[in-house]
Design a protein around this ligand. Structure first.
Ligand code: SF4
Length: 394
């Protein structure tokens, strides 16, 4: 595929999720993120420079809703003649990346996406309302998934996608099989390849999904995670406890050095509190866990900040998902193309090599580092956030 023209209706190739970066304990090499040139660009609501729509998107009511939302924000929607989008190629890879990252395409989801897949260890099923994200995290796990310039695609056929979920209720193969997660019902993950709150002001898709699950009188749960704090439009929704929103958080050396265009972590924690007070089950996605120098202090501060924000929330339903940094040869290559000046450690020599589900190689922390991190997080979460249930460590 060239970058002169891309098929915006084509899904991103599935790949093993890669998380962010490097480790240390006393015995392990330390990578100091403080030496990284910081890109501290706090989140504002994303305004894409270019919005295009495929002809098929016009056949769907939600496509028109998205177009109305976009146009209400003063952005013109360009109608494509087919599924191909041109004009993305810049003089350099970096320029092509920047053009793609500031483009949103309103498309119809590929038919293959209607057959849901399990998404271990997060949920019984995954479904997609969009692919791509306008933020700039230097560890972004999408780098292992994207094929071609990272245009954000949002799906116009939302109503059909939501209607198609009914056939999967009661058929869970991941969380439903785990004794300690059965109370969640059949779980549906809706943030595998995007960040919902980076886009919902332009699509309304996740608000409609929350409403859909709120009205779905069955043991089911919608799940999504975000690095944005734009939760206001969700607080009044009739969610009926059937959506768990997780905030993706990290220690400050990570959030201030290698994340760009996301909300500040302190604002994410406030958003978590607001959601909890609105009765949502909530969660922490701590990812990617990186053993920066003095990581115990930095992650301890993060846990303390969360504990302080949630200490007086009545009937708190809080979970944690703990994901250590890893990378694949493919994601490393893409990330270095996108962020050539990154100091994010992706050194194969200091990692353990593992084979993923389909034989793909990934590089994770060595067993000693993993054990040290894992023990610390389990102990400290139990001590500082006793109400918190850890769902998994990976
Ligand atoms: Fe990637 Fe998530 Fe950052 Fe978006 S917010 S760039 S999806 S890591």
């Amino acid at each position: 595929m060239t970058t002169d023209s891309i098929d915006v209706s084509t899904p991103l190739a599935p790949a093993a999720p890669a998380a962010p970066h490097s480790a240390s304990g006393e015995a392990i090499a330390v990578h100091d993120l403080d030496t990284v040139a910081p890109p501290p660009r706090p989140a504002r609501r994303w305004i894409p420079k270019r919005v295009v729509a495929t002809p098929a998107a016009y056949d769907h009511a939600h496509g028109h809703r998205i177009m109305a939302l976009v146009e209400a924000q003063g952005i013109e929607v360009e109608r494509l003649r087919g599924n191909r989008l041109t004009g993305l190629r810049g003089d350099t890879d970096r320029e092509t990346y920047a053009r793609a990252k500031s483009t949103m395409a309103i498309v119809v989801s590929p038919p293959a996406r209607r057959t849901l897949q399990p998404i271990a260890p997060s949920a019984d099923w995954r479904f997609d309302l969009a692919e791509g994200c306008p933020a700039h995290c230097q560890y972004c796990y999408l780098a292992g998934s994207l094929s071609g310039p990272p245009v954000t695609r949002v799906y116009a056929d939302l109503d059909d996608i939501l209607a198609g979920l009914a056939g999967y209720a009661g058929r869970g193969t991941i969380t439903s099989r785990r004794e300690h997660r059965r109370d969640e019902g059949t779980t549906f993950e809706a943030s595998c390849y995007t960040d919902p709150l980076a886009l919902d002001h332009l699509t309304g898709s996740w608000r409609r999904a929350v409403d859909h699950f709120g009205a779905w009188d069955a043991p089911v749960q919608l799940r999504w995670t975000t690095k944005f704090d734009d939760v206001g439009p969700f607080l009044g929704l009739a969610h009926r406890g059937r959506t768990r929103v997780r905030l993706s958080v990290n220690c400050r050396p990570v959030t201030t050095r290698v994340e760009g265009g996301t909300s500040r972590v302190e604002d994410r924690i406030i958003a978590l509190r607001r959601l909890a007070l609105a009765g949502y089950p909530i969660g922490l996605t701590i990812a990617p866990i990186i053993a920066v120098p003095d990581w115990r202090t930095h992650y301890g501060e993060l846990l303390n900040d969360v504990a302080g924000a949630l200490h007086d929330v009545p009937n708190l339903d809080l979970t944690a998902e703990l994901i250590t940094h890893r990378f694949t040869p493919g994601s490393k290559e893409i990330l270095l193309g996108w962020y050539p000046r990154t100091r994010l450690e992706m050194d194969e020599e200091s990692r353990s090599r593992k084979h993923g589900k389909f034989g793909a190689i990934k590089y994770v922390y060595p067993p000693a580092t993993m054990a040290e991190l894992r023990t610390w997080f389990h102990d400290e979460i139990a001590a500082r956030l006793p109400a918190c249930r850890i769902l998994y460590w990976t």
